[in-house]
Every structure is written in C-alpha cells, then in structure tokens.
Write a protein that binds this ligand. Structure first.
Ligand SMILES: Cc1cc2nc3c(=O)[nH]c(=O)nc-3n(C[C@H](O)[C@H](O)[C@H](O)COP(=O)(O)OP(=O)(O)OC[C@H]3O[C@@H](n4cnc5c(N)ncnc54)[C@H](O)[C@@H]3O)c2cc1C
Length: 68
C-alpha cells in the first residue's frame, strides 16, 4: 500500500513542480526534470502499480474471479 501510494504521490508532486517551473523545468540540467522522469520508476520497478493493486485486492478478498 505504501509503495502504491508513494509512486502516485511522487508522480503527482513532480508533475506539479514541472508545471510550476514551466519550460525551465523541462530542460535536462534542471533537477525538476530529473525528478519528473525518476518518479515514474516507483510505479514500475519492483512490481507495477497494477500488481500492487492486485496484491491489495487479494488481501482484501475483493479480487474479481476469472470467468470460467
Ligand atoms: C532502473 C530499474 C532498476 C531495476 N532494478 C531491479 C532490481 O534491482 N531487482 C529486480 O529484481 N528487478 C529490477 N528491475 C526490474 C523491475 O522489477 C521490473 O521492471 C518490474 O517488475 C516491471 O517489470 P517489466 O519492466 O518487465 O514490465 P512489465 O511486467 O512488462 O509491465 C509493463 C506494464 O504492464 C502492466 N502490467 C504488468 N503486469 C501486470 C499485471 N499483473 N496486471 C496488470 N497490469 C500489469 C503495468 O502497467 C506495467 O507497468 C529494475 C527495473 C528498472 C527499470
């Protein structure tokens, strides 16, 4: 749950920073640009967000069953 939340929060935060910085935030040598790119990895590596959602819903017993 923490990994899922962190991934989404970091993406949202870095997106907000980039929007605030405008064109300057988009340039390679700006740390905001780096943070924006790096934020994506939390939602991919070590199990994508969709995998985290599957695990959480399994624990909660609400994972939809496959149609037979
Ligand atoms: C920089 C970096 C460092 C890494 N370091 C390590 C490491 O140290 N150790 C290690 O073991 N691995 C490491 N990895 C691998 C990482 O764990 C995998 O990238 C990650 O598990 C996702 O697998 P994938 O890249 O094959 O994407 P895929 O499995 O092909 O997933 C692509 C997309 O498909 C969707 N998807 C995938 N599976 C499901 C599903 N079950 N249900 C619904 N949607 C799904 C998601 O949207 C996902 O983003 C690293 C990867 C990167 C990029």
């Amino acid at each position: 749950m923490a990994k899922l939340k962190l991934g989404r929060l970091w993406r949202d935060l870095s997106d907000g920073c980039l929007q605030y910085w405008g064109g300057m935030g988009f340039t390679w040598d700006n740390p905001v640009s780096r943070a924006y790119r790096d934020s994506r990895i939390i939602s991919i590596a070590g199990g994508a967000d969709e995998v985290m959602l599957t695990i959480i819903s399994k624990y909660m017993g609400i994972l939809p069953k496959r149609a037979k």
